[in-house]
Design a protein around this ligand. Sequence first.
Ligand SMILES: Cc1cc2nc3c(=O)[nH]c(=O)nc-3n(C[C@H](O)[C@H](O)[C@H](O)COP(=O)(O)O)c2cc1C
Length: 420
Amino acid sequence: MTILSGKRILLVISGGIAAYKSLELIRLLRKAQCEVRCILTKGGAQFITPLSVSALSEHPVYSDLFSLKDESEMGHIRLSREADLIVVAPASANLLARLANGIADDLASTTLLASNKEIMIAPAMNPEMWAKPATQRNVETLRQDGVMFICPATGEMACGETGLGRMVEADDILTSIKHYFLASAPLSGKSVLVTSGPTYEPIDPVRFIGNRSSGKQGHAIAEALAHAGAKVTLVTGPVALPDPLGVTTIHVETASEMLAACQSALPADIAVCAAAVADWRITAPAEHKMKKRADAEPPALSFTENPDILAEICRSGKRPPLVIGFAAETDDAVKSAQEKLVRKGCDWILANQVGKTENPVFGTDYNQVTLVSRSNCDEWPPLSKKEVAARLVEAMISHFNDTGLDQDDQPSRRPSTASR
Ligand SMILES: Cc1cc2nc3c(=O)[nH]c(=O)nc-3n(C[C@H](O)[C@H](O)[C@H](O)COP(=O)(O)O)c2cc1C
C-alpha cells in the first residue's frame, strides 16, 4: 500500500500531441493502485483512441455530455463527486480558455465547472500559444481560482520549434499527484521504524531456532503507516510476505542483525516493535552441519541472552517520541503488558493472548489486542490484522494531534511540484 493506493483520480485528456503521455500516466497510476476514470475530449480522441484509454484504465471512457446512458445518472456531476483529485493532462490552450471563462460546452468543461474537487492542470502547447497574453491571463485567472498547475517544460516540440510549452513527463505528473496527497496525509513528514516477523537464531548452517510469527501484523502496520503519509523503514525477519509497497524494507535473520538495522534507522518519530525476537541465541553455532550419530547423545545447546531491541530503542539517545511494543503472551497478556511497559520504558504496548486454540493469532489474518498505555487499557474487539493496523495508526495520529509534537512538520510546508 502506498499513499496513492485506492485514491480515485479523474483524468481529463484534451487535444494535444502530448495526449500520448497520458496513456503512460494512466499506466503509472494503475501501477500505484489508483482508481482511474478518464474523460477524453473530442480533440483528445484525435490523438489517442478511447480503446487504449479504456484498456489501460480498465474502465469505460467518458466523452459525450449528452450521453443517454451516462447522463441518466448525471455523469458530469458524478464523475467529480467520485474522485479524490481531478488531473487535466494534457490541458490544451482551448480547454484552459474555456475553464478560465466558465464555459461548459462539452463533458470535460462541464464536469470541471461542476466539480467540487481540487484540480491539477498540466498544460501542453506550442511555445507561442503558451506565451500568448490570452493564455497567460487564463492561467493567472485559474491560479487565482485555486487551480494547481504543473508548469510546462522547455524543449523541442513536436512541431519542430523549441521553447517553453511541452508537457512534463508522466512520472513527473505522478510525483506531483503523490506530493498533493502526501501534503494532506495525516502522518506526512513523520518517519517510522517498524519491526516485523520472527528472528532465526542458527544452531548450525542448516538449522535454527525460530518462532511462529508470520509478520502479517507488522507488515500491515508498515503498510497502513505508509498510506497515512509516513516515511516507513520496515526491519523484518524471515517471512513469506512480499515487501510492502512504498516502504523501505530491510531483511535480517538474527536478533543482533535486527538490532543493528534498527539502530541505523534511528532517529525516527515513532518505533513500532512488532517482531517476535528470540530471547536467546545459541552461544556458539556449529560451523558445519551437526551429524546425527547412532551411538552419540543428543547435542547439548548452550544459550546466550539476545539484545532486547525494544528496551535498547527506549534507552537509546535517539529514542523516538513514541515507542510501541507488542506483548504476545499465553497467560494474562494485559498484566504482563503493563509490567513490560514499565520495565522496558516504552509508551504503549499492544497485548495479545496467543496460543489458545479458540483465539489463534500466529499466522492467521485476525488478532485481538488491548492497547495498554501508562494511564489506560483499551480492549479492542476481534479484528483483522489490517484493521488492527488502521486503528493503531489512527491512535498515533490522535496522539500527535493531542501532544502537538508535529508542529515543525506541518504538511503544508512540504515542497510540492504542483503550485497554485
Ligand atoms: C496536430 C495538432 C496538434 C495540436 N497540438 C496542440 C497542443 O499541443 N496543445 C494545444 O493546446 N492545442 C493543440 N492543438 C490544437 C487543439 O487540438 C485544438 O485547439 C482543439 O480544439 C482542442 O480541443 P480540446 O481542448 O477540446 O481538446 C493541436 C492541433 C493539431 C491539429
